[in-house]
Ligand binder design. Structure first.
Ligand code: NAD
Length: 477
């Protein structure tokens, strides 16, 4: 049995296929990964990092070819695909520079005793990833997991299995498996899996967290978002800023976890904003085949996704929303959805209240900042957000009250990312972090070795009450 993937821009074109891993093969795959873990974790850190550095070089060398495959299986514009692969290589090199600050033992030997805080890997890490940025989202797990001394079993999305499989060949002790929910659940329940790292939607996230709870296995959950972008009344956007804002919503045809998904604009400036936004869309959005270098907006990933987003737009229209087209779509059998901006919608419209994950964005107007803040925060999700203002300090003050794991100022989406800034959600957008030192720390845990000075020859011995006293601990607790 195989998973076959078609090109979403030309559905009759089969891009490739991969073998399905039967769930009953999971036990032997995990045991083999656990056996290799014992060897790999004994490698010195610099040797493990050397392998990551080689993989980064491999990504650079194979970038053009990998990008074409990625564009054909996901429908993402070719320039985006090249960008994702280069960014993944940059991230691996960042790990090589920073890993030693996190994956190290801390040793203390003083009047209170001798203490080792050992950074230990979890063992076999299972990584489950989505289709929309499959390379970087896989390597955000594989990279730090391997650096810390874990081995990895990687389960990519059936909607983008091909490029990830090729990329994984660049990495040691990384096994790729293919399948759906049954395979994932067999992996998560396996007693030799030490940690699960998941990026994807909320439904899958909840079921994985429940299964991991049963197995008492820790999980990182990077789930969806319904990101608000709030424009304070002094916002001052140049045409370039509007271009960037349009891309913040429409890159990857709106199928990005941290896309700007709800725009909150002051009522008195809505007309001016809309006009400039439409002009930017005209400049920036070119819909068509992702392999065409001029194209910035490709199809959505599947026929189902196209139908779902089209239904959200129809619902918005039925609720009295004004639907403004942003670009023409060429005649095609592909899964294209014409990009739109929706005005005059109530907050209860599903295009506003749910993660649309497609090229359709609501513009909502507000009268005062308190109202803007409470409507922006009125979501179960809390992944990212943005605040736009001519006064950076004012934006930071407003951002302090936004319920999101990451708030951008005067930009949104990937243009606002930084390798030194941890990324991840709050509320139902998940827990755990990727990027930065926090993202590295997810792949090791602290084991302690401790000999209290109290029991050294000549030491005071057992304290009264058997708890360490201030004297026995040097006054530290
Ligand atoms: P998805 O949840 O459908 O699939 C993600 C992975 O989970 C795939 O490998 C899939 O095979 C597996 N899966 C699906 N259903 C499952 C189930 N019931 N049990 C176990 N495993 C299951 O997500 P998708 O459509 O590939 O990606 C889109 C979602 O991912 C969006 O909600 C998006 O916001 C989110 N996302 C989040 C981030 C982040 O960093 N927070 C990044 C990218 C995407």
């Amino acid at each position: 049995m195989r998973i076959t993937r078609e090109n979403p821009a030309r559905p009759r074109e089969i891009v490739g296929s991969v073998p399905i891993t039967p769930p009953d093969a999971v036990d032997s795959i995990v045991r083999e990964s656990d056996r290799r873990f014992r060897e790999w974790s004994a490698w010195p850190l610099p040797d493990r990092l050397a392998k990551l550095s080689e993989a980064a070089d491999g990504l650079d060398t194979e970038r053009s070819e990998l990008a074409v495959l990625l564009a054909r299986e996901t429908g993402k514009p070719i320039a985006d695909c090249r960008g994702e692969i280069s960014f993944a290589a940059t991230y691996l090199r960042w790990i090589c520079r920073r890993a030693a600050t996190v994956y190290r033992d801390i040793r203390i030997d003083d009047t209170q005793g001798r203490l080792t805080l050992a950074a230990r890997p979890y063992g076999v890490v299972t990584a489950i990833t989505p289709w929309n940025a499959p390379i970087i989202l896989s390597l955000l797990k594989v990279g730090p997991a391997l650096a810390a001394g874990n081995t990895v079993i990687l389960k990519p999305s059936p909607l983008a299995p091909l490029t990830v499989t090729r990329v994984a060949e660049l990495f040691p002790v990384t096994t790729v498996v293919h399948g759906g929910a049954d395979l994932v659940h067999a992996l998560v329940a396996h007693p030799l899996v030490g940690k699960v790292a998941f990026t994807g939607g909320e439904v899958a996230g909840r079921s994985i967290a429940a299964a991991a709870g049963q197995a008492i296995t820790p999980v990182v959950l990077e789930l969806g978002g319904n990101d608000p972008a709030v424009f304070l009344d002094d916002f001052a956007l140049t045409p370039d800023d509007y271009d960037r804002l349009v891309l913040a919503s429409f890159a990857t045809a709106g199928q990005v976890c941290m896309a700007a998904k709800r725009l909150y604009v002051p009522h008195r400036r809505a007309e001016e904003f809309t006009e400039a936004y439409l002009e930017a869309a005209q400049r920036i959005l070119t819909v068509g085949d992702p392999l065409d270098e001029a194209v910035t907006l490709g199809p959505v990933v599947t026929r189902d996704a196209a139908d779902r987003v089209t239904a959200l737009i129809a619902d918005a229209r039925a609720r009295g929303g004004r639907i403004l087209p942003l670009a023409d779509v060429p005649e095609s059998s592909g899964y294209f959805v014409a990009p739109i901006l929706a005005l005059d919608l109530p907050d209860s419209a599903p295009l506003v209240s749910t993660e649309q994950f497609g090229p359709a964005v609501p513009l909502l107007t507000y009268r005062d900042e308190f109202e803007a803040l409470s409507r922006a925060n009125d979501s179960e999700l809390g992944l990212a957000a943005s605040v736009w203002s001519a006064d950076e300090s004012r934006a930071f003050a407003f951002a302090a009250h936004i319920e999101a794991g990451f708030t951008f100022v005067n930009t949104h989406n990937r243009t606002g990312m930084s390798l030194r800034a941890p990324f991840g959600g709050i509320k139902s957008s998940g827990y755990g972090r990727e990027y930065a030192e926090e993202g590295l720390r997810e792949y090791c845990r602290t084991s302690v070795i401790h000999s209290p000075a109290a029991f050294r020859p000549g030491g005071p011995g057992m304290p009264a009450g058997a708890y360490p006293t201030a004297t026995a601990t040097g006054g530290d607790n």
